[in-house]
Design a protein around this ligand. Structure first.
Ligand SMILES: Cc1cc2nc3c(=O)[nH]c(=O)nc-3n(C[C@H](O)[C@H](O)[C@H](O)COP(=O)(O)OP(=O)(O)OC[C@H]3O[C@@H](n4cnc5c(N)ncnc54)[C@H](O)[C@@H]3O)c2cc1C
Length: 476
C-alpha cells in the first residue's frame, strides 16, 4: 500500500498539450513550465508517496491566474493538483495521474494586519513562520505551529487543517479561519465566511474547505483570526523511567484543570535516537514530557509549579524549569533534534499521526510496543500527548520489509479505531491513507462526502486520488 498508487489513468497527452498551449497563451511562458526536469520535482512531497511527474507546473501569481488555470484545465479535461510548500506527509500535493500542478508558493503577500478586528489577510504562499513573525511584531499571535513552520505555507496549512504542539491549548488552524477566497474547478470564484468574529449565514463553506486537502477548491486568500501575543512563556521538561508514568502525569495535569500550551511526549526509542545524535539525556529516562505554559508572568509561574507537582507526584525522575530564553531553547533541543535524529536511524521512515481519546494514550503506546514486537518492524512514538495525538514512526531499511510495515500500519489503524480514535490528527489522508478511510468512516459517510465532491467538481479533476479510496487502492 505504501508505494501503491491508485490506478487512475495518466492524462491523455493530447489534452495536456492543448492545456499547455492555452495556459502559455493566457499566463505567459514564465509562469507555465513544461520541461521535464523542471516538472519532475513536483511529483513528490515530504511523504513516501511517489507521484507521476506533472505535464505542466503553473506558478500562479494571483487569484486571476488560479481562475484562468482552473478554467482552462476544466475545459481541456486535465487534472489539477494544488500545491503550496510541498511539506505534506501524506502525498496530498503529489499528482497521481500527472496533468497540472498548480503551485501557489509565489503568492506571498500579507495584505493586512488589523489590530482592532484581530485578523490578518494573506495569500496562500506566505510561509507560516513569516506570518507568525509579522503578527508578533504587532503584539499579536497566530498559535498553530506545525514543526514545518519555516517552509510550509498558509494555503497548505488551511487545506490540511494543520496543528502542532500548541494545539492542546489553542486548537488547530480551523479555529482561526474566518474566511477564504477560493476558486472551484469550473473557475467560479467564491468568498466564503466573513471578517467578523461571529456569523451564521448559510452553510459553513469555510469549514468545508478547511481540511479538504485541495479536493474542493483552490485557495487564493485567507482571512485568519489572531489573538493577543501572550506576554510570558514558561517551559518545563520532565523525565520519567517509563511512558506509563509520563502518561499518568498527563492525566494528572488535565485533572488539575491546567491547560499548558504544549504537552509533548517522547518515548524511550525516540530518546535513544536523540541521545545518539549528541543531545545528553539522563540514561535512566524512558520517556520525556516537554511542557510549556503561557500568559501573564505571575500566572505562568503558578501554572509551572502545579505542572511540576503533577509530574513529581506521577514519579518523574527529574524536572527542569527553564529560567531564561537560552535555557528554554536547550530544553526544546531534544524535541527539535528529534526528526533529524530519527531520520539518521534508518533509510526509510513513515510517520503516522493517529489520535486516541487522551485517556487511552498509554494504551496506544503499549499497543505500539506490541505491534513492533510481533511484526519485527522498528517503531517509535512521539507527539502531542495533550491531544492524544501520536506520531508513530515506522522505520525500515530493506524494501523486502515493506509488506511487514504495511501490515503493522494497518494493525495500528485498526487498534486506534477500536479505541474510538482517528487515523489523522493533523496530516490529513492524502493518497497514502486513502485506502484505510473505510476503517474509520461508514460507507454512507463516505458516500455523502463523494456527493459533495461531485457537486463542486463533477468531472473529478481537482486533486484526484486523494482522501477517498479509488480503484487500485486496496479494499479494507
Ligand atoms: C518535518 C515536518 C514536520 C511537520 N510537522 C507538522 C506538525 O507538527 N503539525 C502538522 O499539522 N503538520 C506537520 N507537518 C505536515 C505539513 O507540514 C503540514 O500538513 C502543512 O500544513 C502542509 O503545508 P504545505 O504548504 O507544505 O502544503 P502542501 O504539502 O503543498 O499541500 C498540502 C495539501 O494542501 C493542498 N493545497 C496546497 N495549497 C493549496 C491551495 N492554495 N488551495 C487548496 N489546496 C491547497 C494540497 O493539494 C495538499 O493536499 C510536518 C511536515 C514535516 C515535513
Amino acid at each position: 500500500v505504501l508505494t501503491l498508487r491508485p490506478s487512475l489513468p495518466r492524462v491523455d497527452p493530447a489534452r495536456a498539450e492543448r492545456a499547455a498551449i492555452l495556459l502559455d497563451r493566457a499566463l505567459g511562458g514564465s509562469k507555465v513550465l513544461t520541461a521535464r526536469d523542471l516538472c519532475e520535482p513536483f511529483a513528490r512531497d515530504e511523504s513516501e508517496a511517489i507521484g507521476e511527474s506533472p505535464d505542466i507546473v503553473v506558478h500562479a501569481a494571483s487569484a486571476d491566474d488560479i481562475q484562468t488555470t482552473l478554467r482552462i484545465a476544466n475545459e481541456a479535461g486535465v487534472p489539477v493538483t494544488p500545491r503550496a510548500g510541498g511539506s505534506g506527509r501524506t502525498g496530498g500535493a503529489v499528482p497521481v495521474c500527472a496533468g497540472i500542478v498548480l503551485a501557489t508558493a509565489a503568492m506571498t503577500s500579507i495584505k493586512e494586519i488589523d489590530k482592532t478586528d484581530l485578523l490578518v489577510v494573506a495569500e496562500p504562499g506566505v510561509i507560516l513562520s513569516d506570518l507568525q513573525d509579522a503578527v508578533e511584531r504587532e503584539g499579536l499571535f497566530f498559535p498553530p505551529d506545525p514543526s514545518s513552520a519555516t517552509y510550509c505555507c498558509l494555503g497548505g496549512n488551511v487545506a490540511a487543517n494543520a496543528g502542532g504542539p500548541r494545539a492542546f491549548k489553542y486548537g488547530s488552524v480551523n479555529r482561526y479561519v474566518l474566511g477564504l477566497e477560493v476558486t472551484l474547478m469550473d473557475g467560479t470564484r467564491l468568498q466564503t465566511g466573513r471578517r467578523t468574529m461571529k456569523g451564521v449565514t448559510g452553510y459553513d463553506l469555510t469549514s468545508l474547505m478547511v481540511g479538504s486537502e485541495g479536493t474542493l477548491g483552490v485557495i487564493s486568500e485567507v482571512t485568519l483570526r489572531l489573538v493577543p501575543k501572550p506576554p510570558a512563556v514558561g517551559t518545563l521538561l520532565a523525565l520519567f523511567d517509563h511512558v506509563r508514568a509520563a502518561g499518568a502525569a498527563v492525566r494528572d495535569i488535565v485533572a488539575r484543570g491546567l491547560v499548558p500550551r504544549c504537552l509533548e511526549i517522547l518515548d524511550a526509542t525516540t530518546l535513544e535516537a536523540v541521545r545518539r545524535s549528541g543531545v545528553p539525556i539522563d540514561t535512566r529516562a524512558g520517556a520525556m514530557l516537554l511542557i510549556e505554559v503561557d500568559g501573564e508572568p505571575a500566572t505562568c509561574e503558578v501554572e509551572l509549579e502545579r505542572v511540576g507537582e503533577a509530574c513529581s507526584t506521577s514519579g518523574a525522575i527529574d524536572v527542569l524549569v527553564a529560567q531564561d530564553a537560552a535555557q528554554r531553547d536547550r530544553l526544546w533541543k531534544a524535541r527539535k533534534e528529534m526528526s533529524r535524529a530519527v531520520r539518521a536511524l534508518t533509510k526509510n521512515k513513515l510517520s503516522e499521526d493517529v489520535v486516541v481519546p487522551r485517556s487511552r494514550l498509554v494504551d496506544l503506546l503499549d499497543q505500539v510496543d506490541r505491534i513492533s514486537e510481533s511484526s519485527g518492524v522498528k517503531m517509535l512514538s512521539y507527539g502531542h500527548a495533550g491531544d492524544g495525538n501520536l506520531h508513530v514512526n515506522f522505520l525500515w531499511n530493506d524494501p523486502d520489509e515493506l509488506p511487514r510495515v504495511d501490515l503493522a500500519i494497518e494493525r495500528l489503524f485498526r487498534e486506534v479505531v477500536a479505541m474510538r480514535g482517528t487515523l489523522s490528527g493533523e496530516h490529513g489522508i492524502g493518497v497514502l491513507k486513502a485506502p484505510y478511510l473505510p476503517l474509520e468512516q461508514s460507507a454512507d459517510l463516505i458516500a455523502v462526502q463523494r456527493k459533495i465532491k461531485a457537486t463542486l467538481d463533477p468531472a473529478g479533476l481537482l486533486n484526484p486520488g486523494k482522501i477517498f479510496p479509488v480503484l487500485g487502492h486496496r479494499d479494507c
